[in-house]
Design a protein around this ligand. Structure first.
Ligand SMILES: NC(=O)c1ccc[n+]([C@@H]2O[C@H](COP(=O)([O-])OP(=O)(O)OC[C@H]3O[C@@H](n4cnc5c(N)ncnc54)[C@H](O)[C@@H]3O)[C@@H](O)[C@H]2O)c1
Ligand SMILES: CC(C)[C@H](C(=O)O)[C@@H](O)C(=O)O
Ligand SMILES: [Mg+2]
Length: 357
């Protein structure tokens, strides 16, 4: 198979982890006789530095033409004080919107080998943890208008608008129910319907969509309770479907299930263009440039790309198994380090994965 991948390494640890994930992709291509060409394009802070924009038009064009997109992370303290319209994060929101990537799948799974690195209670961990967070990605409070900061009645006033129409809710609900059909057939819709009107509509529409999936059981939970339940006992969840902001927060929290945020991969999918694959974590400025970052979330994002974008199930599984074997053999980056294990840097742990492919 021949495919072309647009690569946006971005900022901070982005280039380090993406560089390593591409080595794994190369190794998989050689093993299975595929040809994956790559084209590096700019996004985020580095794009601001080089072009003045966090999302240059050339990047959008390259991503729209590509068969898949791989992203590292954007942002960092260097750009924290620049004008809000051109912050690095705007580049990420912009590319999600430009590619129509409304569905963000964030699978929080615990490799049993990392049970010791997981902060949750041992009896809960022993149940096996595997939660899929389905986050709406192109709507809600992230994009609602009006938004801004202005002087109202002599006071500086900040405002955003949380808005969803029924079509936006319906299409993400379908994604969640379809995902559940391939899993344990349970969807928990997370909202704040006791307070927010937009959540009342969310709940109503999710219930309507559920009628098309009689085999899937649907429950509802308020987001504050969901945040607590996720760390108390995540084994009660199969698929969680939720809005953009709640999904952002709950997926970082769900990373606790995996042992580290450096383990959680993601796929952002739409219908018109290819999907975008990225770890859920950020640019980790505190460890950037030190060859310390855990590249496994990005490597697992490549595995998700092979599966979701190219239907290469065997190849995807091979990468996942190589990651598992690396952990089984006791190799760890700092974020998942435990006593008795072998500490590796970013490059060394990737070497171990490639050896085990
Ligand atoms: N998708 C993205 O590009 C994305 C996601 C989240 C945050 N950000 C941006 O990243 C910057 C830093 O944000 P933050 O500090 O809140 O979140 P972060 O995810 O970058 O880091 C949070 C903590 O997790 C650690 N961490 C993250 N990834 C790791 C990895 N692969 N291996 C080991 N440790 C890892 C970091 O060292 C830090 O201690 C901000 O500018 C933020 O806007 C970008
Ligand atoms: C960097 C930021 C815009 C982004 C988000 O909030 O969506 C990040 O936190 C994520 O989870 O991908
Ligand atoms: Mg986030």
């Amino acid at each position: 198979m021949k495919k072309h991948i647009a690569v946006m390494a971005g900022d901070g640890i982005g280039p380090e982890i993406v560089g390593q994930a591409l080595r794994v992709l190369d190794a998989a291509a050689r093993k299975f006789n595929h040809e994956f060409s790559t084209e590096h394009v700019l996004i985020g802070g580095i794009a601001i530095d080089e072009t003045g924009s966090p999302l240059p038009e050339a990047t959008v064009e390259a991503c729209r033409k590509a068969d898949a997109v791989l992203l590292g992370a954007v942002g960092g303290p260097k750009w924290d004080t620049i004008a809000p319209e051109i912050r690095p994060e705007k580049g990420l929101l912009g590319i999600r919107k430009a590619l129509g990537l409304f569905a963000n799948l964030r699978p929080a799974r615990l490799f049993p080998e990392l049970s010791g690195a997981c902060l949750l209670r041992k009896d809960i961990v022993d149940k096996g943890l595997d939660v899929m967070v389905v986050r709406e990605l192109t709507g809600g409070i992230y994009f609602g208008k009006p938004a801004g900061v202005e002087v109202r009645g002599g006071k500086r006033t900040g405002f955003n608008t949380m808005i969803y129409d029924e079509d936006e809710i319906r299409r993400i609900a379908h994604i969640a129910f379809k995902a559940a059909m391939k899993r344990r057939k349970k969807v928990c819709s997370v909202d704040k319907a006791n307070v927010l009107d937009v959540s009342r509509l969310w709940r109503e529409v999710v219930i309507e969509v559920s009628k098309e999936y009689p085999e899937v059981s649907l429950s509802h939970m308020y987001v504050d309770n969901a945040a607590m339940q996720l760390v108390r006992d995540p084994s009660q969840f199969d698929v969680i479907v939720t809005s953009n902001l709640f999904g952002d927060i709950l997926s970082d929290e769900a990373a606790v299930i995996t042992g580290s945020i450096g383990m959680l991969a993601s796929a952002s999918l739409g219908s018109e263009y290819a999907g975008l694959y990225e770890p859920i974590h950020g640019s980790a400025p505190d460890i950037a440039g030190q060859n310390k970052a855990n590249p496994l979330a990005t490597i697992l994002s490549v595995s998700m790309m092979l599966l979701h974008e190219f239907d290469l199930e065997k190849e995807a599984l091979c990468i996942e198994n190589a990651v598992r074997k690396t952990l089984q053999d006791g190799f760890r980056t700092g974020d998942i380090m435990e006593e008795g294990k072998t500490l590796c840097n970013t490059i060394e742990i990737t070497d171990k994965v490639i050896e085990r492919l």
